[in-house]
Design a binder for this molecule. Structure first.
Ligand SMILES: [Zn+2]
Ligand SMILES: [Zn+2]
Length: 129
């Protein structure tokens, strides 16, 4: 990086990320596409900071930190939710079983607390009968 000019960095790759499913906590790995397209201005062997954004986080003196570039891209493309499959059934809130592996048949319908109270009354009423 000596002299003046523009340096255009482009490459496409993908990165494999591993994490755990947001719903069932199973380990999952998935691919995140990484496409880097950056132009930096070089003047007298020095990188000129971006007018709006300031110094580039991925440039350290004369070195370009490719890892940092890739990491930035990954963060941009990182999914908001990690799921082992789109229709992951998750862990049963009642018995704690992974419902993808074994359907447990628990009734986990989330009830309005007042409705639940009503059902309690209703159930005890049934028992009396
Ligand atoms: Zn899952
Ligand atoms: Zn269950």
């Amino acid at each position: 990086m000596i002299g003046n000019g523009k340096l255009h960095i482009t490459f496409n790759t993908e990165s494999i990320i591993s994490g755990s499913c947001d719903r069932c906590l199973t380990d999952v790995s998935f691919k995140v596409p990484v496409s880097v397209d950056e132009t930096i201005q070089v003047s007298d062997g020095e990188v000129v900071p971006d007018e709006e954004l300031g110094p580039y986080s991925f440039v350290d003196g004369e070195d370009i930190d490719v890892d940092e570039l890739i990491l930035n891209e990954i963060l941009v493309n990182f999914p908001a939710k990690i799921l082992c499959q789109d229709d992951c059934k998750g862990i049963c809130p009642v018995c704690g079983k992974n419902r993808n592996i074994e359907p447990c048949g628990c009734d986990d319908t989330v009830l309005d607390p007042r409705m639940a109270q009503f059902l309690d009354v209703f159930n005890s009423f049934k028992e009396v009968k």
